[in-house]
Design a protein around this ligand. Structure first.
Ligand code: GCW
Length: 686
């Protein structure tokens, strides 16, 4: 039973320290609020839950600022209307979704304002204030002015209408069951609270693989139910998006083509847009996977991606909607004997020639790496490559290739590396985090999206510790400059306790977990050594002689894929010069990506002096030791966390240890048998 995990990082646990509680109570007992938009109401309801939970007092919410101490919650407009003055500079600095939290002392009054230009800003400010209180931050003299770095902060659900979730590891869908949309709006509302608390402002509620039944979500029989979900999310400042089927005019319309140049097709989508907006006036737009992994698209009609995306975008223009078009396009039927085609090159080859051809309400959504969410990949060269096109970064919070929420694998450290990666697009310092927010190239849109990790399990994410990935994702979208340590500490304090031993222990576990996972799975940038289809567990040749374009090229002498211009597939040239040279050259290529870019002999020496083969053995033995150690660390805080959570995590960690051993032995045995080279330390290899 992991019920106490249901509220995730919004636990608002009662303060044990009564002095501290007293200090906050001064302000928190009285809330001054004057507005009644649904978003402000959400903020007020949250304040009520939070203060009641933490301080044990039901705050009095009134339209008055007469008390000596209170918290004002409302828009700038209201703030001014009630004659609370605010610095003009601050006022100008607050953007559309930004907020200001400020302590004010005047004469006989001592109060805190939480304000924003819009009610959404007020909502974000309120969640932020509650976070400050939960983490015991001093409010006396506080001033926080924050604006989100990324305009679009979106979660993608790969949920199907039968209730299954593609790559979902936390139960069934919270949106659908048995080909119907759920009536459990309470759960959706709680999800909205979680998402809004970390600043998420968009959600695509169905799988990008839009099958027969899901194609109908944009029909009149389903739209009223989609609208009910959208209504709930709207109260939390979240716009609803739908994944659509490019062939919808044929499948649910009465046309015999979906050609984007066909006049009837254009009219069909325009009417469809009008219909959708009649149910959901603030509908976000369409998310589209086209001409990818057997999904239909413009290629059928000899049109390109820009033709396809623009046609849909035109239909959405009148309503301010957007088309998010995915760049995950490659040949998934490649003959394994074809050594020239390199899947890593595909997205860039498809989309770079189209740079500048998309309408300005089209956004290209690009996976972080050129392959597919492996444990380690270089950053996609489309970031910093595309300059005249809106882009958003796509991350995967659900742990498809990173332990499927059975293993602990905290992804914030990986995402930080991605966001900090310098593309050199406009000279040094052109980090991905700057590129994707759209500012450097004056793009209209930008942001970050991720495939979510939530299902109908009581604790939302299957493995309770995996809640940290969702939390960290949202926080990074809002502010990619937050350090991984800051985000991690915050999450632990909100979820468990502010006790130093708890924070230090769990933080260490989380921050090391990605590297640990990498150690006992795939070394040096080699991916795909997994079982086909479900992608769980070791299988070195699982994808080696197949059609998906995913190889490691191990033979008896060496391993790795040569992607150099000199001898290989030429992938390195898709990067700007500085990175192209770094990857091209064996000496300067970062070692953790060595086998992604180069094919080297097993006896090649790494900088540590270890050979590749010895490195494989060493990391795999070490990874298992580290996994064992994770459990020891967790045991050390047994008395300090709720028993049910303690037990749940122990069980997962035990499973992880066993499975790490499986990985170690399969990988080591494979390479030992392939090479005949013994482990220098003579450990057991089969
Ligand atoms: O990683 C692959 C997944 C597919 C997924 C696809 C995509 C939704 O294995 O399950 O399909 O990527 O991103 O479109």
């Amino acid at each position: 039973d992991v019920n106490s995990s249901y509220s995730c990082w919004l636990r608002y646990k009662r303060f044990k320290d009564t002095d501290l509680a007293q200090k906050y109570l001064k302000w928190c007992s009285n809330i001054a609020a004057f507005e009644d938009t649904s978003v402000i109401q959400s903020a007020l309801s949250e304040v009520n839950i939070g203060i009641n939970g933490m301080l044990g007092v039901k705050p009095i919410i009134s339209g008055s600022i007469d008390k000596p101490s209170f918290i004002f919650i409302g828009t700038l407009e209201k703030l001014k209307a009630v004659d609370i003055s605010i610095d003009v500079n601050d006022e100008n600095d607050i953007g559309d979704e930004g907020f200001l939290i400020k302590s004010v002392k005047t004469g006989d009054k001592d109060y805190i304002i939480v304000t924003g230009k819009t009610d959404k800003g007020v909502l974000y400010g309120t969640f932020s204030l509650l976070r400050l209180i939960s983490t015991n931050t001093e409010l006396d003299g506080i001033k926080r002015l924050e604006n989100p770095s990324n305009p679009l902060r979106i979660i993608n659900h790969w949920d199907n209408i039968d209730g299954s979730v593609e790559r979902g590891y936390a139960g069934k869908s919270i949106f659908y069951a048995n080909n119907k949309i759920t009536g459990n709006l309470k759960r959706i509302r709680d999800y909205g609270r979680l998402l809004a608390s970390i600043g998420i402002n968009g959600i695509a509620i169905n799988n990008v693989n839009v099958h027969k039944m899901e194609t109908r979500l944009i029909r009149e029989d389903f739209l009223p139910y989609v609208a009910r979900i959208a209504n709930v999310f709207r109260e939390y400042g979240i716009k609803t998006y739908l994944s659509i089927n490019f062939a919808a005019p044929i499948e649910i319309g009465d046309l015999n083509t979906a050609d984007p140049f066909d006049a009837d097709v254009k009219i069909w989508w325009k009417k469809k847009a009008e219909e959708i907006y009649s149910y959901i006036p603030d509908f976000g737009g369409f998310l589209v996977k086209a001409d990818s992994e057997f999904r239909p698209g413009p290629f059928t009609y000899n049109r390109n991606h820009a033709d396809g995306a623009n046609m849909l975008a035109e239909a959405l223009v009148p309503y301010g909607g957007i088309v998010i078009w995915r760049c995950f396009v490659y040949n998934c039927l490649q003959d394994w004997r074809d050594r020239k085609t390199d899947r890593a090159k595909a997205a860039y080859d498809h989309f770079m020639p189209l740079d500048g051809m998309f309408l300005d309400n089209v956004i290209l959504q690009i996976k972080n790496g050129p392959m597919d969410f492996q444990v380690r990949e270089p950053v996609s060269p489309l970031f910093g490559g595309l300059k005249k096109t809106n882009t958003i970064l796509e991350l995967q919070v659900t742990q498809e290739y990173t332990g499927q929420q059975k293993h602990l694998c905290y992804l914030v450290p990986m995402w930080k590396e991605i966001l900090d990666f310098d593309t050199y697009a406009i000279g040094k310092g052109s980090n991905v985090k700057k590129i994707v927010n759209g500012k450097p190239f004056n793009n209209k849109y930008g942001g970050i999206a991720a495939v979510g990790n939530v299902g109908d399990d009581m604790n939302w994410t299957g493995f309770q510790l995996a809640q940290s990935n969702l939390y960290g994702f949202g926080r990074l979208c809002w502010n990619p400059d937050l350090s991984k340590e800051e985000i991690t500490d915050e999450w632990i304090k909100l979820t468990y306790s502010t006790d130093k031993a708890v924070v230090d222990t769990i933080s260490k576990m989380l921050l090391n977990s990605w590297r640990i996972y990498e150690n006992y799975t795939s070394p040096l940038g080699i991916g795909w050594m997994v079982n086909p289809n479900h992608h769980y567990g070791p299988n070195v040749d699982g994808y080696e002689y197949d059609k998906w374009g995913t190889y490691h090229r191990a033979d008896c002498k060496g391993i790795g894929v040569d992607r150099t211009v000199k001898n290989g597939t030429g992938y390195t040239k898709q990067y700007h010069k500085e990175n192209a040279e770094m990857y091209e050259n064996l000496e300067t290529c970062p070692e953790e990506l060595l086998l992604f870019f180069h094919h080297v002999p097993y006896i090649y020496k790494l900088k540590s002096g270890e050979t590749i083969i010895q490195h494989i053995y060493n990391t795999h033995f070490k990874g298992v030791e580290q996994a064992i150690n994770l459990k020891e660390q967790w045991k050390s805080i047994k008395e300090m966390v709720d028993f049910d959570i303690y037990q749940h995590v122990i069980e997962r960690l035990e499973g992880q240890i066993e499975h790490a051993k499986e990985w170690r032995d399969v990988i080591n045995s494979y390479f030992y048998r392939k090479t005949g080279i013994k482990d220098e330390l003579d450990r057991t290899i089969y």
